[in-house]
Design a protein around this ligand. Structure first.
Ligand code: GLN
Ligand code: ZN
Length: 772
């Protein structure tokens, strides 16, 4: 009878991003399917072994994915839209990746069940996973959707682990969350109405898992962290009523994370499941609530270690909380876990040998978090004395962090103290500002900032990082890239140019590295989508800007051309949301500190002569709390921070902002309140649907709705972009519209970028012609 340890899920990308390498080699034709699948199997094997060795009792399987676990679920249940050409039977890797990334589709499979993707299919819609920076592919379902078990991946991976000696706890995305995340093109149709059709597929997979020897299955229903309707809560009861007893001896652990259960708690703990997971980092209050509201036999999985952040825990403090719970509930009914899957944490702190040692001792990555859980479990099972040294070290590190002089900068506090409300207001309203800003043709064309980060760019950066390329050589390489980009933009006929961001490794990291208060890592990658990973900076202390960060690059680019070059910055809310943020002050305060630092940069760009400055807030919406009751407070400080950043300039300076992967309906008033002169947004995949929010709100300023989906190598035709622009004109006045891609082009290659941007410029030219 002991407390056990679960991990809920582990990063799949690999400590050295082995999965990224394997995927990209496969996609570029440098390796074949066999090599890709072998690399994936290797990663799974090491990951299982590692978690078991670290002390995890419930090692997950099926948390691995070649691209995305939601896509895997769509494939598992056969929710594959007709355009991918699938006719039942096993789903080929080509179809899978076509759903993930779109496909130019030159090859059609000779025959068999899966006819492979049709030519030129777009990818499925990608969107953010709850409030994380992980992106999933939205399931697409239609009225009368037929589901059928179309992949046995969960069983295959369970058996694969078993063959290697690991008894795993398979992870499934639950049916209610799956349907809640699903999109449909059908009017008056709610995907949740498909629950009855979907449940038999889940029953089938659960039976198959039981037959393969699984005893526990983890079913993730993070929709429980959202505001649910009574109907949806009823559907959860119906789903688990149907799924709980499909296979004798099979036990279900229902996992919710990224927040508390709120009003859904009674529903969750009364479902006929065998265990319920609680995110006690985001919702510590759920512990007492769950203990008192649930039956004695319900296993509680206590998410006490922060799966979303990198701070080391104070283990003795946690033990003070846990010991009475174990006494009350019984050790065998307590599982210790991270608050959510470790997918969102970097893998291993021991790889970070260069990080400031003082800061380093305050950190814990996925591996260290499992170690912390193991120490807690040991203390609970055999007494604190058994792990006295570990506990003392943990408490010491927590104390060292609290009192460190590295964290508090009196100058930052002094500056914050004299911020006035007026500093967050432009002097004139939009109409009056517009009259003073640059004159541009109708449908001005521009891009969002970055151009392809080619092999050469990455090689040069990495050589420079390793000291193999001296500063001067790296500089001149970057200057050449920038000059080429400027020349090409002039040739292709863009109206507002960008320098291309060749010097930036990542839109947040680049700034984090130049601000004080941040440390950055070498290997702390976190998956963003597919093979794309980011290395979020670690915000550990008060933030300030020692010197200008982007002005020289802007000045150089502008010196090459008579056309306007946009200054290009990342906004404070995005820097905050894409960093690992300190947990010792409120997020709003950390954000204000960043806002002041970026404001200085905006002012310096203007001084250098920039007439247009873009402040990207790609992550503003994803910081939106999951529950509506918390929205207003977040939006108020987020908008205020953006305005504080943007309002240090004259009315004649045009402020752009950019957002991607956002659903705007809910936050359109806040976007209006940001008071940017121009906003560019991601709209191509949604076919301009996202613009409805702007139209309904009567958004007063200018908008660049993306006419080109940049997350796929596919080159959209002029006709296709024209259709989108027409759809935009149906919603907004032509005088408001800019023409641009959905987002930056850094993940693309030059040939497709050039072709697509040329088509985009031609689209704008035709639209101008049609105006007169
Ligand atoms: N300026 C950034 C770029 O083009 C914006 C990226 C983003 O919004 N994610 O890369
Ligand atoms: Zn973007």
């Amino acid at each position: 009878m002991t407390v056990t340890v679960a991990t809920l899920g582990f990063p799949r990308i690999g400590p050295r991003r082995e999965l990224k390498t394997a995927l990209e080699r496969y996609w570029s034709g440098q390796s074949d399917q066999k090599a890709l699948l072998a690399a994936a199997a290797d990663l799974r094997a090491t990951t299982w072994a590692r978690q078991a060795a670290l002390g995890a009792d419930h090692v997950p399987s099926n948390d691995f994915s070649l691209y995305d676990q939601v896509l895997d679920t769509s494939v598992m249940v056969g929710a594959i839209p007709a355009l991918y050409g699938w006719r039942g039977g096993p789903v080929s890797l080509d179809t899978y990746f076509a759903m993930a990334r779109g496909d130019q589709g030159v090859t059609l499979a000779p025959c068999g069940h899966d006819h492979g993707p049709k030519t030129g299919v777009p990818a499925q819609e990608m969107t953010k996973w709850f409030d994380t920076n992980y992106h999933y592919l939205a399931p697409e379902v239609s009225r009368g959707q037929v589901f059928a078990l179309s992949s046995t991946k969960p069983v295959d991976e369970f058996l694969e682990a078993k063959a290697r000696g690991f008894h795993t706890r398979p992870v499934l995305l639950g049916p209610v969350t799956f349907l809640k995340l699903a999109k449909t093109k059908d009017a008056d149709f709610a995907p949740i109405s498909l629950l009855s059709a979907l449940l038999p597929v889940y029953a089938e997979i659960l039976k198959a898992l039981a037959a393969a020897g699984a005893d526990w299955v983890q079913i993730d229903e993070p929709c429980l962290a959202l505001d649910l309707t009574d109907f949806e809560r009823g559907e959860l009861r119906r789903a688990y009523g149907a799924l709980t007893h499909v296979a004798p001896g099979l036990r279900l652990m229902l996992a919710n994370y990224f927040g508390g259960y709120g009003e859904n708690l009674a529903t969750a703990v009364n479902l006929p499941v065998d265990g319920v997971h609680l995110d006690l980092v985001r919702a510590p209050q759920d512990l007492e609530r769950a203990l008192s509201a649930s039956r004695e036999s319900l296993v509680l999985s206590l998410g006490v270690i922060d799966g979303r952040n990198i701070w080391r825990a104070d283990l003795p403090v946690l033990l003070d909380r846990l010991e009475p719970v174990v006494a009350r509930r019984g050790a065998d009914r307590i599982v210790l876990a991270p608050s959510c899957s470790l997918l969102h944490a970097p893998i291993d702190l021991t790889l970070e040998t260069a990080i400031d040692p003082e800061v380093r001792q305050w950190l814990a990555f996925a591996v260290q978090k499992i170690e912390e859980l193991a120490v807690l479990a040991k203390a609970l099972n055999t007494g604190r004395a058994a792990v006295a040294a570990e506990l003392a070290a943990s408490a010491e590190a927590a104390k060292a962090r609290r009192v460190s002089a590295k964290i508090h900068d009196p100058a930052v506090a002094a500056r914050l103290a004299v911020v006035t409300e007026g500093m967050a207001r432009r002097s004139a309203a939009f109409d009056r500002r517009r009259a003073q800003q640059l004159r541009l043709p109708a449908f001005p064309t521009t891009t969002i900032g970055s151009f392809p980060q080619t092999e050469a760019v990455r090689k040069a950066r990495s050589a420079h990082g390793k000291g193999e390329l001296i500063d001067a050589a790296y500089e001149s390489f970057l200057r050449e890239e920038t000059e080429r980009a400027i020349r090409w933009q002039e040739e292709v006929g863009l109206d507002v140019l960008v320098h291309g961001e060749f010097e930036r490794n990542d839109m947040v990291q680049y700034f984090g590295e130049q601000l004080s208060g941040f440390v950055f890592t070498k290997h702390a990658w976190v998956q963003s989508y597919g093979s794309r990973c980011v290395r979020p900076p670690i915000l550990f202390g008060d933030v300030s800007r020692p010197k200008a960060m982007t002005v020289e690059w802007w000045r150089y680019a502008q010196s090459l051309t008579d056309r306007p070059v946009k200054g290009m910055l990342t906004g404070p809310v995005t820097i905050l949301n894409w960093s690992f943020v300190r947990d010792d002050i409120p997020r709003s305060l950390a954000c204000r500190q960043i806002a002041l630092a970026i404001r200085d940069e905006v002012v310096d760009l203007e001084k250098a002569g920039a007439r247009i400055i873009q402040i990207d807030e790609a992550a503003l919406r994803e910081g939106l709390p999951l529950r509506r009751a918390d929205w207003d407070a977040y939006l108020a400080w987020a908008v205020e921070c953006f305005r504080l950043t943007a309002s240090g300039v004259a009315d004649a300076t045009q402020i752009h902002t950019h957002m991607c992967y956002s659903e705007f309906n809910d936050i359109i008033a806040a976007i209006g309140a940001m008071d940017a002169d121009v906003i560019s947004i991601e709209t191509a995949r949604s076919k301009m649907e996202l613009l409805d929010a702007f139209a309904d709100y009567a958004y007063p300023a200018e908008i660049g709705p993306g006419v080109y989906d940049i997350h796929s190598p596919r080159v959209p035709s002029v006709d296709e972009m024209t259709q989108l622009l027409i759809a935009a004109q149906a919603r907004l006045s032509s005088g408001q519209l800019w023409v641009n891609p959905d987002c930056g082009l850094k993940t693309r290659k030059w040939p497709e970028t050039k072709a697509a941007v040329a088509n985009m410029v031609e689209t704008a030219r035709r639209a101008r012609e049609a105006l007169v």
